[in-house]
Design a protein around this ligand. Structure first.
Ligand SMILES: [Zn+2]
Length: 87
């Protein structure tokens, strides 16, 4: 994978608060994910990604213990890779 880090950083810098879903679950994710998962945040930052600005999250309802699971969290990275690339 060949990430275009500068282009990716510019993309995230251009995203304002209106780009994030305003439901409580998404707002919770964006407010807490960087502190909850610092190593993931560090890795994504190395690709130019701001972990607090996901392209999409898919929160489930809180479970019986009050925990909230996000089954999918997607981020945009500009660049190129072979068609059969997986990571
Ligand atoms: Zn939402």
């Amino acid at each position: 994978m060949k990430a275009d880090i500068e282009k990716t950083r510019a993309y995230y810098s251009s995203l304002g608060p209106e780009s994030i879903c305003n439901c409580d679950y998404c707002q919770n994710y964006c407010a807490r994910v960087k502190t909850a998962y610092p190593e993931v945040a560090f890795y994504l930052a190395s690709l130019g990604v701001n972990i607090g600005k996901p392209f999409e999250t898919m929160p489930l309802e809180p479970d019986e213990n009050g925990y909230l699971e996000y089954c999918v969290c997607q981020y945009v990275v500009f660049g190129s890779c072979p068609e059969d690339f997986t990571h």
